[in-house]
Design a protein around this ligand. Sequence first.
Ligand code: PA5
Length: 462
Amino acid sequence: MIKLDYRNVDAMLIGEENGLDIESSFNEYKDRITHIIADLNKRKDKPGQWLQWMNLGYSEETVWYVKEYASMVEGRFDNILVLGIGGSALGGLAVTEALLKPYWNLLTPEQREGLPRIFFLDNIDPDSITGLLEILDLKKTLVNVITKSGSTAETMSQFLIVKDILERELGDDYRKNVVATTDKKTGILRQIAEQEGYKTFVVPDDVGGRFSVFSAVGLLPFALVGINIDEITNGIKDMDLALKNVDIRENIAAQNALIHYLLDTRKGKNMSVMMPYSSRLRYVADWYAQLWAESLGKNKDKDGNDVQIGPTPIKALGVTDQHSQIQLYNEGPNNKIINFIRVEEFDNVVEIPRIFEYTGIGYLGGKTINDLLNAEADSTRVALSDYNRPTVTITLPKVDGYNIGQLLYMFEVQTAIAGELYNIDTFNQPGVEQAKNYTYALMGRAGYEESAQVLQSKMAPV
Ligand code: PA5
């Protein structure tokens, strides 16, 4: 199982002003945490609670359909192109980057064992869209368009562009190159899919975009590139079992949620840095940033009070960002908690050759890059603690499907528990919807005329 080490949050180590008395904090919140965990598990099957993501690890039906489709199209496509944004893309990016061989898309078909390359188009930059479409042979590409709402402007505009090219190249047969993942009944993409006869997968009810990675949103692309999705669901299920424990001393999601909450509300640490020491986990930090930001950044609490709360997530990569952000984290405002993610065993051990004997670099010869990486993670943690900065360390035995399933599910539960501690609605995103609606208005979507007028007046040049 993955582990959480919170010793460097202890007030004994980093001082009263910045740290917590963990024992007394756990005691103080023991009953509240017990109630939160029991309540989440009680409510998870009720419609309208947006907690269906807690059941995704057990959805054998989805796994079956995903595998069946993946084996049906096996060998037919050179590329998978995922069209989606936010929660419809970040989980896919995080998991494929973690579990596929590094530089997957640069490997030869033989090195990929005939499996397709995978591309995520999660932005609408005209140059990158053009660039990608120039290198992809769409005839040999399976396009997985993913949008829960079925109408997100970015995703649907990408889709319209790609569909147009596909249809011109393949005629009616273009349909075989499209698979849509969307709501089972509602939304424009659902209507189009039915009208055009696309293969479809469902974003289940009561699963928000940022909690959807273990639905078909993520599982389908994973299976299409040969990732073992059973390993992932085994990890989710084992973590789910562990996190059903209502005792905070045994529940790492509750521990990290409470630590973040108390450090924010009592010690002014309102920023949460996610810093994996593994390049393969770099997009886990992006995924976490969305999960944490959209779930916890709210201006009303559940009782309708104005609160404007939410810790700001920051993504970083060890060791790269030691040479970019650590100066700030050590000496700048003491307003952050840093989450290190450590990997115990990498797939490879890389030795550093003993070539030069200069004092400044001679010591490196004969060691491994693995030793260096771990030494840097340790030294950064200790240095931060010398500067009285709180850190926690999450350790993965290795980067594989089982541990990735555990890690991402642990963060989801941690987010849900933190939301309860803040007493906010973790699962809505009115701030995102507002900007989406303004975009519709600006682009002339019917029904948004009033917003368009408001916008024109606000945007008028001064
Ligand atoms: O987490 C969320 O709900 C959002 O980030 C959505 O995933 C994002 O806005 C895309 O929405 P949709 O899947 O409806 O296209």
